[in-house]
Design a protein around this ligand. Structure first.
Ligand code: ZN
Length: 279
């Protein structure tokens, strides 16, 4: 199967440089991410949450992102993040999205496998890739909330890959969605073992990890690292800051937020590719 999302992940994996996958929120943030990737000369993935996609509609969201990526200097894949709703995922597959992530991680393993496999079969006949989740990654991601993390094991993860046929796998390795209270303890041993396997490895909950942690994850074979919370935070803080200026107008506000978002994302893209910068 020829697929842009999978091509980008396999290239990142072979280079030992992870690709940034960003939960864009709207036109401004999508444009900021694409331009940041072009400046850094790195491929990138746009992965709106299911909630964002519901707000825009599957087709309008795709048309907007597909239009924006026409001007990119690098490859840009369009991917649906954390979806439990099969109808929305199928609608994305039908509308031309490059990939969808199915999150049935809160269900018993057998159910997770069965439901993910169904989507893999639907998506693959249409040339679309699927990411799955094993174990439970804790925290709140948009509408999906998992209170208790459940770590993945090597055996469960390999079983899941074999039985579902997923193109990318997100095992729970100790990261979480949202803001970390302390320094998270990551299961690098699992990342190393899975990094040696063929299926590209995805790290969720990237916001708040250290530069060293990102470098280590990419070196061990993590192909895709997700960033959501950092973008939301800069979006809100920059909006608040700019609104304090009595002369601000809507266009200047949008431009200002876009610029701040672009700088933040460019730093993450470069760090994931091995550069040492302050995040
Ligand atoms: Zn996630």
């Amino acid at each position: 199967m020829s697929n842009l999302f999978l091509d980008i992940l396999l290239q990142a994996k072979s280079e030992k440089k992870a690709v940034a996958s960003i939960n864009i929120l709207n036109y401004n943030t999508a444009k900021a991410v694409i331009e940041a990737a072009s400046r850094a000369n790195r491929n990138v993935i746009l992965q709106p949450s299911t909630g964002t996609v519901k707000r825009y509609g599957v087709k309008p969201m795709f048309r907007m992102l597909d239009g924006l990526r026409q001007d990119a200097k690098t490859k840009v894949a369009i991917h649906l993040d954390h979806c439990m709703d099969e109808e929305i995922a199928k609608a994305c597959v039908d509308a031309g999205w490059d990939a969808v992530m199915m999150d049935f991680s809160s269900l018993p393993m057998e159910e997770n496998i069965r439901k993910t496999k169904q989507m893999v079969e639907y998506a693959h006949t249409r040339g679309v890739a699927v990411e799955g989740e094993v174990g439970v990654i804790s925290g709140v991601e948009d509408e999906i909330s998992h209170e208790n993390a459940h770590p993945a094991t090597y055996e469960d993860t390999m079983d899941f890959i074999e039985n579902t046929g997923v193109d990318a796998i997100a095992p729970s390795i100790g990261t979480a969605h949202g803001v970390y209270k302390g320094v998270p303890v990551l299961n690098y041993e699992l990342v190393e073992r899975l990094g040696k396997e063929n299926t590209p490895l995805v790290i969720h909950g990237g916001t708040g990890l250290s530069v060293d942690a990102f470098h280590k994850l990419a070196q061990l074979g993590a192909a895709k690292i997700n960033i959501s919370t950092a973008l939301k935070k800069v979006y809100l803080s920059e909006t608040k800051r700019l609104l304090e200026d009595p002369k601000i107008n809507p266009i200047k506000l949008d431009e200002g937020v876009e610029k701040a978002a672009g700088k933040l994302i460019e730093r993450h893209i470069r760090v994931f590719a091995g550069e040492t910068l302050e995040l």
